[in-house]
Design a protein around this ligand. Structure first.
Ligand SMILES: *[C@@H]1O[C@H](CO)[C@@H](O)[C@H](O)[C@H]1NC(C)=O
Ligand SMILES: *[C@@H]1O[C@H](CO)[C@@H](O)[C@H](O)[C@H]1NC(C)=O
Ligand SMILES: *[C@@H]1O[C@H](CO)[C@@H](O)[C@H](O)[C@H]1NC(C)=O
Ligand SMILES: *[C@@H]1O[C@H](CO)[C@@H](O)[C@H](O)[C@H]1NC(C)=O
Ligand SMILES: *[C@@H]1O[C@H](CO)[C@@H](O)[C@H](O)[C@H]1NC(C)=O
Length: 493
């Protein structure tokens, strides 16, 4: 059965359909209840249900609470409509998929036991894979996906993420982030596919059908869509202008003319709505000094009336951690390198290489692979005004690359200031935030696959140049938007 979901203003409609799925069997024999009759038109069922709801039930249905607080008693008492996992919030550190399912089923039973039996909608930040769940596949963050220029790959990643979320009993993800990040000082910049609106649109149009399934050409515009139990409801976020704030400060003020807001930040929402996105999350940021949550013009007149999205948006955003820490399975870059090389090759690994022992053995080393990068962060905690490589990164690059032929692999959510060290390096690889599969990095380092990624962002020389984006009149980057060497796989013959 195709299921439709949405949120906030349209939440009762959403939940209605879930009621039918869960409680349909109990209809027969009981007093006829129109909203439970799946043969009735949706609008008639929505009206019937709304007509039965008391004010406290409506308030509860418009409320989303964190799983820590979602006991059966709370769900029953307050008629809670939705529950979320905040960043890193899981039933236990290494909870299995079955444990997740049991937790959600318990909540669902509580919700179904209430007067109207409206099920809860459970949502999670599955933003690069189902990243709060132990053993989930962690895919690269959006900035790395932007570098692939491969919408088909991004669609397949959406599909896999949906399956892994469903395996834990979760039907709803707060993804994709369709921000157009214009200033890499923003901590959330890696959640953006690109600084280029067209590239963000291309990936938005791919990842939403990956997560939700494909809408048919006859699907009415603006009507939320989820294509069955192997897909999840998606959420385009953060509406709108989240990637355009002053100095990249999280949730700050985006100062822009209406024309530029519509030109740079709005287009991905058109694509999201056309693909049947199930919800839209409103940004904590402001536009020209007015908080987005109070911007009736952009939310009601533009998003709902002009773009024909019939849902509002969650009023609750998320500031937690993402995609770092203990993920269960996966391969580190070091493990991947070890399994890539010939058995006779000796690998010396040091977290803090010491100049003495590098120089002692320098003639013995053919190559050094220097992996440096940013510490994990998310959202506001990642705002950074200097974009320098954190210590001891620069020191390690200098110590090692002066003595041994080296490739520097930079693991970061955005371009960092690398110009001062370029002369000492023989090669530089921007790995972005590559996820759990270190083989993806080793495969290109050792020539099993060629390099093909192209910069989804302008690589600046220094923060003094920011904001500086592709298409600007003054454009003097270290590496321009779209830069990237293309290499062939190594010839092993
Ligand atoms: C919600 O859960 C958190 C974490 O357990 C707790 O600190 C907080 O007090 C709870 N809030 C309410 C209103 O119960
Ligand atoms: C995680 O994956 C490993 C290896 O596949 C498996 O042995 C383990 O049972 C899994 N743990 C959970 C909680 O799923
Ligand atoms: C933007 O950030 C500045 C500095 O932190 C703060 O004073 C200001 O209130 C913020 N503006 C908005 C609209 O959030
Ligand atoms: C470098 O020297 C330290 C001790 O000074 C030693 O523990 C480490 O194994 C050496 N590393 C390499 C790569 O030889
Ligand atoms: C750069 O900014 C980050 C984040 O604010 C800070 O932790 C770090 O110490 C700064 N680095 C330098 C070299 O100033």
């Amino acid at each position: 059965m195709a299921m439709q979901t949405g949120c906030c203003s349209a939440a009762p409609a959403v939940l209605l359909l879930l009621v039918v799925a869960a409680a349909g069997a109990s209809v027969a024999g009981a007093t006829y209840v129109r909203y439970k009759d799946h043969k009735q038109p949706i609008q008639a069922r929505v009206e019937d249900l709304l007509g039965r709801m008391r004010i406290e039930e409506k308030i509860g249905q418009m409320t989303q609470i964190e799983r820590h607080n979602a006991s059966s008693a709370v769900i029953e008492k307050y008629f809670v409509g939705s529950v979320l996992s905040g960043g890193g919030s899981a039933p236990s550190e290494k909870a299995s998929a079955a444990t997740w399912q049991e937790m959600i089923t318990k909540m669902q039973k509580a919700a179904l036991s209430t007067r109207l039996g409206i099920p809860i909608l459970y949502g999670i930040d599955a933003v690069h894979g189902n990243n709060n769940a132990y053993n989930a596949t962690i895919f690269p963050h959006n900035v790395g996906l932007g570098a692939t220029r491969d919408p088909d790959l991004v669609k397949r990643i959406g599909r896999a993420t949906a399956l892994e979320a469903r395996a834990t009993g979760i039907p709803y993800t707060f993804a994709p982030c369709v921000a157009v990040c214009r200033d890499p000082r923003w901590g959330g910049c890696y959640e953006s596919f690109s600084e280029d609106t067209k590239l963000v649109q291309l990936m938005t149009s791919a990842v939403i059908p990956g997560l939700q399934g494909d809408v048919s050409s006859k699907h009415p515009r603006g009507v939320p869509f989820v294509g069955g139990t192997k897909h999840v409801a998606a959420c385009a976020k953060h509406f709108v202008g989240d990637g355009g704030t002053h100095h990249g400060i999280s949730a700050n003020n985006t100062v822009l003319s209406f024309h530029d807001l519509m030109r740079i930040h709005m287009p991905p929402y058109y694509d999201a709505v056309i693909k049947g996105v199930s919800s839209v999350m409103i940004s904590y940021s402001s536009w020209n000094g007015v908080k987005m949550h109070e911007n009736k013009y952009l939310i009601t007149q533009i998003l709902k009336e002009k773009m024909h999205f019939r849902c509002g948006g969650w009023t609750k955003s998320w500031q937690g951690q993402s995609g770092n820490g203990i993920t269960g399975h996966g391969t580190t870059i070091l493990e991947a390198i070890k399994s890539a090389v010939d058995k006779k090759t000796i690998i010396d690994y040091s977290e803090h290489p010491d100049k003495g022992n590098v120089s002692k053995n320098e003639d013995e080393y053919d190559y050094a692979v220097v992996v440096v990068g940013e510490h994990p962060y998310a959202a506001a905690a990642g705002d950074n005004l200097n974009l320098t490589i954190p210590g001891p990164g620069p020191e390690v690059i200098r110590k090692v690359c002066e003595l041994v032929k080296c490739v520097v692999v930079l693991v970061s959510g955005r371009p960092l200031v690398v110009e001062p060290y370029l002369d000492t390096m023989d090669a530089l690889v921007a790995a972005w935030l590559p996820g759990t599969e270190g083989h993806g990095v080793a495969d290109v380092l050792f020539g099993d696959h060629g390099f093909s990624g192209k910069l989804p962002r302008t690589w600046v020389r220094s923060v003094d140049q920011l904001p500086m984006n592709y298409g600007d009149k003054l454009y003097d980057p270290l590496f321009p938007f779209g830069f990237g060497l293309t290499t062939k796989p190594a010839d092993r013959s």
